[in-house]
Ligand binder design. Structure first.
Ligand SMILES: Nc1ncnc2c1ncn2[C@@H]1O[C@H](COP(=O)(O)OP(=O)(O)O)[C@@H](O)[C@H]1O
Ligand SMILES: CC(=O)N[C@@H](CCC(=O)OP(=O)(O)O)C(=O)O
Length: 300
């Protein structure tokens, strides 16, 4: 079947538009946080897997970090364990930690590995415990959520923050031509497991790898202002203001905070992208039309 001349020209234009991006990003590392609808809708899952494989084939180094909050919630429900969050972080007691490790490190990680492999890529799944990839310590959380004074620290259990990323494990996989798929579980000095927000893990991994881009897939069109308009481009200074006036709250807080940290630490750009759009990753990387919010460190 051949295309009519108009469609053929459009296809050629799209491929041609991709050329400078392929040239610019060959050899560069892109950390992609896979989450939201893209992770549960079958068509979107496959479009995501193919985008990642294409990136690899044109010489980029995609590194996938995944979430799985809803999947953890589903299993906790079945086990009659209540889910509680403080500022977007899951309160994680020992029982919950077992479920988190089972779901993220087991079910979800292997589903994504399988998804990429089934579409023709070669993925290897690890958690932050493998090869001591992610060293973590307990997150010291300050919150006003429970009516506490802002300076008070509250204990939300086995929730971690990243202390160090040993990039050797990731480098080894990249050089072996594999696509690393990482579950956001960290390990403490004593071998304890920590549940870490997947956005924060993606941000830290991007920092330690000196990545070109950090891409965070989510279920909204991007970062929105108070009237619901998507803010397409933002600098670090503007973001600080939006956090202070309450425009950014809940699950968007860790997303934005890690995007800010990443660009301040030298990652060229961070993108909050709409994972409900088929091929969102491809569109964001290879075309002039983005599908979300771009955060850069233009202030510094
Ligand atoms: N300014 C904002 N713009 C867009 N979404 C926001 C904003 N502030 C808070 N949110 C909330 O953050 C949510 C995204 O975070 P989360 O649900 O944790 O995403 P994910 O599961 O993809 O990691 C949105 O669904 C929205 O409810
Ligand atoms: C501490 C904390 O909240 N950890 C998250 C880890 C998974 C995650 O971040 O998944 P999403 O990206 O799908 O939300 C959790 O337990 O849900």
């Amino acid at each position: 079947m051949s295309l009519d001349p108009k469609s053929a020209l459009r296809v050629a234009q799209v491929l041609n538009e991709a050329l400078p991006y392929i040239q610019r990003f060959t050899g560069k590392t892109v950390v992609v946080k896979f989450g939201g609808n893209a992770m549960v809708d079958e068509a979107l899952q496959n479009s995501f897997a193919r985008d990642i494989i294409l990136m690899k084939l044109v010489g980029m180094n995609p590194v996938v970090v995944h979430g799985g909050g809803p999947q953890i919630g589903d299993l906790l429900d079945k086990l009659n364990i209540e889910s509680r969050f403080v500022d977007g972080m899951r309160v994680t007691d020992s029982e919950t930690m077992d479920v988190v490790e089972m779901v993220l490190g087991g079910t979800v990680n292997k589903q994504i590995v399988n998804l990429i492999n089934k579409n023709g890529g070669r993925a290897v799944g690890v958690t932050g415990k493998d090869g001591l990839l992610i060293r973590a310590k307990q997150l010291q959380m300050q919150s006003e959520a429970a009516g506490l004074h802002a300076s008070e620290i509250i204990d939300i259990g086995h929730v971690g923050e990243v202390e160090h990323v040993d990039t050797a494990v990731i480098d080894m996989l990249i050089h072996g031509d594999f696509i690393p798929v990482i579950a956001p579980i960290g390990v403490g000095q004593d071998g304890a497991s920590y549940n870490i927000n997947a956005d924060l893990v993606a941000g830290k991994i991007a920092e330690f790898l000196h990545a070109e881009k950090l891409m965070l897939l989510t279920n909204v069109a991007g970062l929105q202002d108070k009237s619901g308009e998507v803010l397409t481009g933002l600098t670090t200074l503007q973001v600080d203001g939006l956090i202070a006036d309450g425009t950014i709250y809940g699950g968007m807080l860790p997303k934005i905070s890690c995007a800010l940290d990443a660009v301040k630490a030298g990652v060229t750009s961070a993108h909050i992208i709409d994972g409900r759009v088929p091929h969102a990753v491809l569109l964001e990387i290879f075309t002039d039309t983005g599908v979300g919010t771009l955060i850069t460190d233009n202030d510094g």
